[in-house]
Write a protein that binds this ligand. Structure first.
Ligand SMILES: Cc1cc2nc3c(=O)[nH]c(=O)nc-3n(C[C@H](O)[C@H](O)[C@H](O)COP(=O)(O)OP(=O)(O)OC[C@H]3O[C@@H](n4cnc5c(N)ncnc54)[C@H](O)[C@@H]3O)c2cc1C
Length: 357
């Protein structure tokens, strides 16, 4: 019998599998490839400072960002794969005088530095059109595609993790533990089931309550060239230099159920956003367009921890816009919860009980 069965092998499921194995647990990792999975579609920003959450949720997000340097160093040591990490800081642009006089510029969050136009120009010569910016020096970005590859390599070589391409269909109580029924007709008994199925979590049978996670589509594109060095927010979107001569621009927020396609209008909107953030991006050649489905909760915070009525069921889902940022630390705390250890971080803002039944 496995110590845990994890449903879902996006960044959250993979990071949880790696953390459980590191703690000596035996894990079955079930996955079922879906069009629109969020982890490969994301921009990879590590930008907790740009979010407006407060208290323990904000502290968790900052700790998640600060977990990254040691996390990718350990991955490099164990897999030989260097995951690119951009730690130059994140810029939040004010493109008009009115924006300069409104939040967040009027009353910047702790740690943010207000840059005037001249300072901004010195930092990013391609942003001469902006009126100013907030600079979040400790934020940045990770290459989420290389991170995914590294985590897959790590768990693929791990004798304590068995990864199987088989969709979980339902979860049931089994004594003090649980059982996962799969599309292939298997029934896996286990001490704990971790549900990390991204936007698809609500489709699992046997859950004791509705899970308020809905798919929210984001369309993205990549452009040839990299006029920016910093991740830059503005005009309702963002531009992320990948460090390989490409810039990723995003994104739309669309409630279109599980439609993971792109539209001409959506990509045109994203393109316009790129040009508004940085005029030098306006006429760059588009290399690729894609979309992904964010697993979004009503308060944009993840759902982490045991179900109060079914303790063998552990949630690791609903990471909304910040699942890349939060995945490594989610893996740590969820592994501790599964093994009955107190997590090293306050996860009380993420309890499922915060949502009314
Ligand atoms: C366009 C876009 C841009 C984003 N940008 C950022 C960003 O810059 N920074 C950031 O921090 N976050 C970003 N996000 C959010 C982030 O990508 C997600 O929060 C995160 O990837 C969620 O990871 P996940 O593992 O929960 O889900 P996913 O990556 O969607 O993975 C879900 C997994 O569940 C599996 N699965 C589904 N159903 C079943 C089943 N029945 N049985 C077994 N397996 C199943 C799938 O196979 C898959 O492995 C972005 C998201 C999008 C879409």
């Amino acid at each position: 019998m496995y110590d845990a069965v994890i449903v879902g092998a996006g960044l959250v499921g993979l990071a949880t599998a790696a953390a459980l194995s590191e703690r000596g647990a035996r894990v079955l990792l079930l996955y079922h490839n879906r069009r629109g999975e969020a982890s490969p579609a994301a921009a990879g920003m590590l930008a907790p400072s740009v979010e407006t959450h407060a208290g323990a949720a904000r502290r968790f997000a900052l700790a998640a960002r600060d977990r990254y340097p040691a996390y990718v160093a350990a991955l490099a040591e164990r897999t030989g794969l260097e995951v690119p990490l951009n730690r130059l800081g994140v810029l939040e642009l004010a493109l008009t005088d009115a924006e300069l006089d409104a939040p967040p510029f009027r009353d910047p969050p702790p740690g943010a530095e207000r840059l005037g136009a001249a300072d901004l120009l010195a930092l990013e010569p391609a942003l001469a059109h902006a009126r100013g910016a907030l600079f979040h020096a400790a934020d940045g970005a990770v290459n989420n595609l290389v991170l995914l590859r590294a985590l897959k390599t790590l768990v693929g070589r791990d004798s304590r993790v068995t990864a199987v391409a088989d969709a979980a269909v339902a979860i049931a109580r089994a004594g003090d533990g649980a059982a996962v029924e799969t599309a292939a007709g298997e029934r896996h008994r286990t001490g704990a089931v971790v549900v990390a199925a991204g936007a698809w979590v609500g489709g699992l049978g046997g859950l004791p309550r509705p899970i308020p996670v809905e798919p929210v589509r984001g369309q993205m594109l990549s452009l040839a060239g990299s006029p920016l060095r910093h991740v830059t927010y503005g005009a309702g979107g963002y531009a992320v230099p990948r460090g390989d001569g490409r810039t990723i621009v995003g994104s739309t927020m669309e409630r279109v159920a599980f439609d993971a396609g792109t539209t001409e209008a959506g990509l045109a909107q994203v393109r316009a956003t790129g040009g508004a953030i940085c005029p030098a991006l306006a006429d760059r050649r588009m290399l690729n367009g894609w979309s992904g489905l964010r697993p979004v909760t009503p308060d944009f915070l993840p759902i982490l921890g045991r179900d109060p009525d079914f303790p063998a069921l552990v949630y690791a889902c609903g990471h909304s816009r910040n699942g890349v940022l939060l995945a490594p630390l989610t893996g740590d705390v969820v592994a501790d919860i599964v093994l009955g250890r107190p997590p090293a971080h306050d996860v009380s803002p993420f309890r499922i009980e915060r949502f009314a039944a």
